[in-house]
Design a protein around this ligand. Structure first.
Ligand code: F1P
Length: 347
């Protein structure tokens, strides 16, 4: 029987098509914030926290609204230490299941105690989180059987980016996002050989994912996928941070993956060259590679010249999910039954 995890990874282009149609039909946008200087607070756990990180960065980039992301536990246990300066907040709570206790507790505290407007984005309309919030964005098409989150990560993030772009008064990215189902189909149809070459390379036992801006959340999610599915030693950092100590353990047993950004491309390329000089293997996701990237990328995915960062992120993540999946198989592990994990953490 085909793996649920593999099916859900490969189904992403089709699910993105449904999410794009739903967003258009339901006119998704975040509720009008009461105060123009309101900040946005994105909240989640595990993969949903990393989704929150990329969503917050996308809102800053696309709408200009101040935004940040916090783990649900930081909200319901330490909120006074964490609230952004502006008390005028719109909270967006993220949970595939809508049943994660920490996220429901966070939503309840924000709404009941602080009287803040709270939005939920989830795959289940009939969930504790949806019931706890004032507004809901529900993506039933992204529901998953698998323990690890794959299409629910990219589809919920797509929905939030579309909502952010509604507040974008300059160069909209929606026309880039509507092309990702077709681009994704083509990419997933041709990526397996490169991904399996890395996954089956027994000389690699250390995986590092580097990204900044909207790509930092993606780097964290990549790190988590490698851990959850293949029990690999994996790390994630802001790209330029890697030089400030963590690179001390990089070596010929390391694969370092770069999510190249627009604003940071020149500096990120220097980190790529520096790491190649340490003898590591490199995997690069970029729009279109220049000579410097080509000279230092052992494995390269060119996602589309001029394609917006948000679209590139959504196209790159399924490749990393496939890497975690095939690495698990190479280690005789079952990605559908990840060690120590359950689909929902309830307290
Ligand atoms: C959050 C989460 C997942 C993780 C595992 C346990 O779930 O941490 O990210 O992969 O399934 O739960 P949710 O709140 O998004 O349902």
């Amino acid at each position: 029987m085909e793996s649920a995890t593999l099916h859900e990874i490969l189904s992403q282009p089709e699910i993105w098509k449904k999410t794009l149609a739903r967003a258009k039909r339901e006119h998704w946008q975040l509720p009008p914030v009461q105060h123009p200087e309101s900040s946005l607070l994105f909240v989640g756990c595990g993969t949903s926290l990393y989704l929150a990180q990329s969503a917050a960065a996308a809102f800053v980039r696309l709408s200009g609204s101040p935004a940040c992301a916090l783990p649900s536990s930081e909200v319901f246990l330490f909120l006074s230490n964490n609230l952004p300066p502006s008390k005028k907040l719109l909270a967006v709570t993220i949970s595939r299941s809508g049943r994660t206790t920490e996220t429901v507790l966070a939503a309840s505290l924000l709404r009941q105690k602080l009287r803040l407007p709270v939005v939920s984005i989830t795959c289940y309309a009939e969930s504790d989180l949806a019931r706890e919030c004032d507004w809901q964005m529900v993506l039933p098409e992204a529901q998953e059987k698998s323990v690890v989150m794959t299409r629910s990560f990219t589809s919920q993030l797509l929905a939030l980016i579309l909502a952010a772009d509604k507040k974008n008064s300059t160069n909209s990215v929606t026309q880039h996002l509507v092309t990702i189902p077709d681009r994704g189909e083509k990419l997933l149809a041709t990526a397996a050989s490169t991904v399996q070459a890395i996954a089956n390379d027994e000389t690699l036992d250390h995986f590092v994912f580097l990204g900044q801006g909207i790509f930092f959340g993606a780097a964290n999610e990549a790190m988590l996928k490698m851990k959850e599915m293949s029990l690999s030693y994996s790390e994630a950092y802001h790209t330029l941070e890697f030089r400030h100590g963590p690179m001390s353990i990089a070596g010929k047993n390391s694969l370092i993956a770069f999510f190249m950004s627009d604003a940071g491309n020149e500096h990120e390329t220097r980190v790529l060259a520096d790491m190649k000089n340490l003898g590591v293997r490199t995997l690069v996701f970029t729009s279109r590679a220049d000579n410097a990237i080509r000279a230092h990328a052992d494995y390269l995915f060119e996602l589309g010249e001029g394609l917006a960062e948000e679209a590139r992120l959504l196209l790159a993540v399924p490749i990393i999910q496939l890497l975690g999946y095939y690495r698990a198989l190479a280690k005789n592990l079952d990605p559908d039954v990840p060690r120590n994990l359950s689909q929902v953490v309830t307290l």
